[in-house]
Design a protein around this ligand. Structure first.
Ligand SMILES: *[C@@H]1O[C@H](CO)[C@@H](O)[C@H](O)[C@H]1NC(C)=O
Length: 427
């Protein structure tokens, strides 16, 4: 007996040593070092955003207090909310979308999901059922040859107070046991997809924490703990941390880089030039120059870095972009805004085909400049694949209309970031 036991132990040690030789490099199913992330966000699918799918919120267009998924599910109650959302989940994105995304030369989809799909909290009005569709989506991604970045877009208490966190208003994420419950949600997601790291190559711990209302030392501790949670389930998923709107070089260099004892961390930064008066005031060429200036900033980080959200829009005109029922800075209709920079016209609501020619031209130059800049490090993920009626945010239709280049690596307006002069005609 003793002899047999000893043999078993020797065998176990040998097979362990065999499986994980010390010099073997970790293998992620996507090479974030050498290949560029090119992708789209499947926004408005498992986390509602009124501006992406205004039809879902139409009955409260003129009031009623429904402004986000929290108040939506609260107002409808669990049965009706589930029935409507289940219909939405089953139809907003389908296998055809995955195949079309892949056909455009993209390699990633980023899929926002709320904690409530995984780890609902007592008293929450949210309804569940999203994970069944997420499971199915991972199969579609595999068939299409796409990688999936799962993105925890909403945390208990809300990490940013945006409607897209599930709950508009207060930032209460660092109260009570909200952070601990967020870590549980991360653990559950990592565990659920641990056997599918051939497709789920990255998990983002938390979208857009609002640094202005958070203790950043606790955010950083959460990032370390979340990394540990993912790693405890598998070694082959990259862990994505959002920059919390702080500079990707001066603030984040030195944090969770390879010298910090962690591996396979991706920093995610979001680049929008539309959420202040100063930005919507900019001319098309200034938008291009600002995009180009992001290139060296991205190149200067000490870890993999993606632009995980960006857009073709140069204004905040899209209906309800600033919140259900709210206007825009661009035309001065947002309450509290003071300026007027132009008429929103077809940028408010409509189709890509219905955009003004001048807007189409400006957008096409702007998109290509961003592609050039954002590929200076690990790549990019456009927001969003589709919207109901916000044309400048609709990757699918923009591509079909020839305003996003195909192949995705080709350029109609090359070298915009190589010159200080403006190449856009009439500018
Ligand atoms: C996108 O294209 C589809 C199909 O042509 C069309 O029905 C839809 O209205 C378009 N949406 C936008 C925002 O361009």
């Amino acid at each position: 007996m003793v002899f047999i036991k000893a043999l078993t132990i020797v065998a176990a040690c040998l097979s362990l040593a065999d499986a994980t030789p010390l010099n073997k490099k970790r293998q992620l199913a996507f090479d974030y070092n050498d290949d560029k992330v090119r992708g789209v966000n499947l926004g408005g699918w498992f986390v509602l955003e009124p501006w992406i799918t205004p039809s879902i919120f139409d009955q409260w267009a003129n009031g009623g207090g429904v402004v986000d998924e929290y108040t939506y599910t609260q107002a409808l109650g669990p049965t009706e909310a589930f029935n409507r959302l289940n219909q939405h989940w089953a139809t907003w994105i389908t296998q055809d979308d995955f195949n079309e995304i892949a056909s455009y030369g993209l390699n990633h989809v980023r899929i926002p999901i709320g904690y409530w799909a995984v780890n609902p909290q007592p008293g929450d009005p949210y309804v569940q059922g999203q994970l069944t569709y997420l499971d199915q989506a991972i199969g579609w991604a595999r068939s299409a040859g796409l990688k999936v970045m799962i993105d925890l877009h909403g945390a208990p208490g809300s990490q940013n107070g945006f409607d897209n966190s599930g709950r508009y208003g207060a930032i209460d994420w660092q109260s009570g046991d909200n952070v601990a419950q967020t870590l549980t949600a991360i653990q559950d997601l990592a565990n659920r997809y641990a056997s599918q790291t051939d497709v789920v190559t990255a998990i983002e711990l938390l979208n857009e924490p609002g640094n202005w209302a958070l203790d950043m030392s606790q955010v950083k501790q959460f990032y370390y703990n979340g990394w540990g949670n993912v790693r405890s389930d598998n070694a082959y998923t990259a862990v994505v941390i959002h920059d919390a709107f702080l500079d990707i070089e001066s603030y984040w260099n030195g944090f969770m880089n390879s010298a910090s004892g962690v591996n396979d961390v991706i920093l995610d930064t979001h680049i929008y030039q539309i959420f202040s008066d100063g930005e919507v005031a900019m001319k098309p060429c200034e938008h291009v120059q600002t995009a180009c200036a992001a290139g060296p900033n991205l190149a200067g980080t000490d870890k993999w870095t993606i632009v995980g959200e960006w857009t073709g829009a140069q204004t905040d005109c899209a209906k309800w972009l600033n919140g259900l029922g709210k206007g825009a800075r661009y035309d001065g209709t947002l309450s509290g805004s003071t300026g007027y920079y132009g008429d929103c016209q077809s940028k408010y609501e409509g189709t890509v085909d219905g955009m003004l020619d001048v807007d189409k031209v400006n957008l096409a130059y702007y998109v290509e400049a961003q592609l050039d800049a954002y590929e200076q490090h690990s790549g990019w993920i456009f927001w969003a694949w589709k919207t109901e009626s916000a044309p400048e945010w609709h990757f699918q239709n923009l591509t079909r209309a020839g305003l996003i280049p195909q192949p995705i690596t080709s350029r109609k307006y090359a070298n915009q970031c190589q010159t200080s002069s403006c190449l856009i005609p009439g500018n």
